[in-house]
Every structure is written in C-alpha cells, then in structure tokens.
Ligand binder design. Structure first.
Ligand SMILES: NC(=O)c1ccc[n+]([C@@H]2O[C@H](COP(=O)([O-])OP(=O)(O)OC[C@H]3O[C@@H](n4cnc5c(N)ncnc54)[C@H](OP(=O)(O)O)[C@@H]3O)[C@@H](O)[C@H]2O)c1
Length: 244
C-alpha cells in the first residue's frame, strides 16, 4: 500500500470530485498531497479527509484560480523547497449550452480553466521536474474530447486541447525522465454530473449501465503514477461509452 511513499503530488481540482478521489488514493499509498482549488473551506475539508500516516511532507492546500498566471507564480514561489514528483491537472468546469448560445465570457472561462489552467500547471512545474530529472504529469481530459457531446462544444475543444498538449509534451519532456499521460473519463458521479443524470438518462447510454465512480478514475491515476513505462497514454475510463 505504500507505492508512492516519499512522493509529493500537486493536484489541481483536489478539493472535490475526481481530484479529491485521486488525492485520497495517493495519500493511502504514502504520498504527500498539495491540493489546489479556489476555496479555502472546501480545500480544508478535503485535507482532513486524506490519510496523514507516514508522510514525508505534510499535506497542503492552496487556493487560487488555475487560469491565473500570477496565481501559479506565487504558488510556485511558496513551493520553493521539496520535491514535486507528480502533477495532476484535474481542475475543470463543464458546459451546458449549444455553441450558438454560448456567450464569449463563458467560452473564455471554459478555455481558461480547462485548457489554459492545464497548460499553466505544466509550464509552472516542468522546470522543477527537469532539474530533478524526474516527474510525472497526469492530465484529466474527457471522453467528449474525441466523442463530442451535445451542448459541450467548447468543453470538448478544451479537453481535446489537453490531449494535444500532453502528446506534444511527451516528446518534449521524455528525455528528462518526465512522463506525461492523459486520463479520458466518461461520465463520472461527481458534482459536475449530478444534474445530468435525472431519470437515469445518462446511465442508459453507457454499456456498463451506470456512471463511473471518482475512485475508479483515481485507480487509473495510480496506475499512471506507478507504471514507469507509461508515457503518452490516453487512458479511457468510460464504462464502454467510447464503443457506442
Ligand atoms: N465528472 C465527470 O463526468 C467528468 C468526465 C470527464 C472529465 N471530467 C473532468 O475531470 C475533472 C474533475 O471533474 P469533477 O467531475 O471532479 O468536477 P467537480 O466535482 O465539479 O470538481 C471540479 C474541481 O475543479 C476545481 N476548479 C474548478 N475551476 C477551478 C479554477 N478555475 N481554479 C482552480 N480550481 C478549479 C474545483 O474546485 P473549487 O470549486 O473548490 O474551486 C473542484 O475541485 C475536470 O477536469 C472534468 O472536466 C469529469
């Protein structure tokens, strides 16, 4: 159970949902977690829910908007010491509007949070990982990146961008012993989907007949964190939805 002992992981979107499930699994395997979200209260509650046994560094929480360059700069300044072994970019927001009705401000918010936030996370952390000559980046995309989805055009574009980003990075950073991989979840039970599943509408679309659990996505993150030859993977966890 201690495969990540001594490792330090940054997890954006670590306050809730998939990011928090990843933090729980990583901390159960001995990792110290640095959670990033926008709200101190949710982050504090999240930190309390982690496993605090046998840590090399205490868990930490930092509240800032991932789309904000100065937020990343001051965060990295605070993280001057200690290793940064794993970066998980899980912060994201969803969309529920046809493109012709999507306002410019909403479009910017989606692209800024989902795509620019992930790019900034990678750009901020990679120089440290290059100095360490090791690192591991796990970016959370979505099945909608490749399958599309009604009312999710900008979201899908932002998530497709994450796959392109990660593939390009895999070329750039592999020789520094930094691995970069993508998880492509289908529909997962979190706050993001709680209003979408009314009347079992989503489950009916999925071959496994149900939404996935955040813990099932976290399992995939653990695999990518541990498998030392996993690089440039796009790992779908979707209950078979990609087959339909
Ligand atoms: N749930 C699904 O079915 C599903 C499917 C495919 C992909 N995904 C992706 O998986 C990731 C996690 O989704 P989830 O379902 O766990 O969603 P969630 O429960 O709504 O959690 C979203 C997380 O992102 C954080 N966040 C949002 N905007 C942020 C910002 N600007 N700066 C910093 N943190 C921000 C939130 O923190 P605060 O609100 O506290 O700031 C929260 O921790 C997202 O990238 C999502 O697109 C989810």
């Amino acid at each position: 159970m201690a495969s990540l002992r001594g490792k330090r992981c940054l997890i954006t979107g670590g306050s809730r949902g998939i990011g928090l499930a990843i933090a729980k699994v990583f901390s159960n395997h001995g990792a110290s977690c640095v959670l990033i979200g926008r709200h101190h209260e949710t982050l504090t509650t999240a930190i309390h829910s982690l496993n605090h046994a046998c840590l090399s560094y205490p868990h930490e929480a930092h509240a800032f908007n991932v789309s904000n360059l100065s937020g990343w700069q001051s965060f990295m300044h605070k993280m001057k010491t200690g290793p940064l072994d794993i970066l998980v970019n899980a912060a994201g927001i969803s969309q529920n509007s046809f493109l012709f009705k999507t306002r410019f401000q909403e479009m910017n918010q989606l692209l800024d949070t989902n795509l620019k936030g992930t790019i900034l996370g990678c750009q901020s952390v990679i120089p440290r990982m290059m100095k360490q000559k090791s690192g591991n980046i796990i970016n959370v995309s979505s099945l909608l990146a490749t399958n599309g989805g009604r009312g999710a055009s900008v979201y899908a574009a932002s998530k497709a961008g994450i796959i392109g980003l990660t593939r390009a990075l895999a070329w750039e950073v592999g020789r520094f012993n930094i691995r970069a991989n993508v998880i492509q979840p289908g529909y997962i039970e979190t706050d993001m989907t709680k209003d979408m599943e009314e009347g079992g509408h989503l489950s009916a679309l999925i071959p496994m007949g149900r939404l996935g659990l955040a813990e099932e996505v976290a399992d995939a993150a653990l695999f990518l964190a541990n498998n030392t030859y996993a690089h440039n993977c796009v790992l779908n966890i979707d209950g078979g939805l990609s087959a339909t």
